[in-house]
Design a protein around this ligand. Structure first.
Ligand code: SAM
Length: 286
């Protein structure tokens, strides 16, 4: 699979998901985005770039922090995500927010345009993330900060899903995926540099960053039921897996996931899963 085919598939998946993305009552991306912004701590008046901003899980918490004198630019390759985030910015009367359709691998901004670059669960979708990250360093002002999240990967996980969920997916169902969408292939091709904190640190240093920190911390994912989780999974990266399964396997996976997720609930209570998230921060030199 060439890079442009892959990118088009990712953009198409998120365009189809945008109308309900992060709006199905499952708590995950919003608390993670808020926590990432807390860690990045943009000051009042700061200029922030959010790469792969989606519907604004980081954009709006960042806008609250930078205030009316600041600027928050959200970019995303999926037009429909930008449309939804633009509506939200209008509702909130957030004049410091600017949203643009743009490929995160080719950010088109002048040097030193930003004090903080963010990317929550988005860097993992970039086919050549290290090259993209190297392009973010010169966009930052001296002493500026990069902050992003990713799943805490192991080598055999489906790249866009926290391992806690991959473990619930029977391997024999994944064997049905086309070779280029097999988890190991995707993981090795795109995200292996994120699995080990030492590789990650070395990669960021080669990209022009320093003072790298890697902290794994859980986000409490809450869904009403196994069914609610499965419906939600069609609106995030797992949509790429659903899209490539044959209809009978898709149905089988759906039923098996609902059963195993419901078994994790306490009676009729909600499904609550402590989901490890990797928070990475780094700075550029003065
Ligand atoms: C899992 S969502 C995360 C969205 C948002 N950051 C959040 O936390 O809710 C991943 C986002 O990355 C975007 N994305 C994927 N590849 C991209 C690329 N090459 N350039 C810009 N955005 C990209 C997707 O369209 C999607 O909105």
């Amino acid at each position: 699979m060439d890079t442009s085919t892959y990118k088009s598939e990712v953009a198409a998946a998120f365009n189809s998901a945008a109308a309900t993305y992060d709006r199905l009552g499952v708590e995950f991306f919003t608390p993670m985005g808020r926590r990432l912004v807390e860690r990045a701590a943009p000051a009042a008046g700061a200029r922030v770039l959010d790469v792969g901003c989606g519907r604004g899980a980081c954009v709006f918490p960042a806008a609250e922090r930078v205030g009316p004198e600041g600027r928050v630019v959200g970019i995303d390759v999926a037009e429909a995500m930008i449309e939804e985030a633009t509506k939200e910015a209008a509702l909130r009367d957030a004049a410091m927010v600017e949203l643009r359709v743009m490929d995160g691998e080719h950010p088109d901004f002048a040097p030193h345009s930003f004090d903080v670059v963010l990317g929550s669960y988005s860097v993992i979708f970039l086919p050549d993330a290290p090259t993209a990250l190297a392009r973010y360093a010169p966009l930052l002002s001296p002493g500026g900060r990069l902050a992003f999240t990713s799943p805490v990967f192991s080598d055999d996980t489906f790249p866009f899903l926290p391992p806690v969920f991959t473990e619930l997916i029977p391997r024999e169902l994944l064997l049905d995926l086309p070779p280029q969408w097999q988890p190991e292939q995707l993981q090795q091709r795109f995200n292996s540099w994120l699995a080990d904190p030492r590789d990650l640190t070395r990669t960021l240093e080669r990209c022009g960053f320093q003072e790298v920190t890697v902290v794994d911390e859980p986000v409490t994912l809450v869904a009403e039921s196994g069914l609610a989780w499965v419906d939600w999974s069609h609106t995030q990266g797992m949509r790429l897996l659903w899209n490539h399964l044959a209809p009978d396997k898709r149905q089988e996976l759906r039923e098996r996931l609902i059963t195993s997720l419901d078994a994790m609930r306490d009676g009729d209570g909600p499904l609550t899963i402590e989901t490890p998230v990797r928070y990475v921060t780094a700075t550029v030199g003065n």
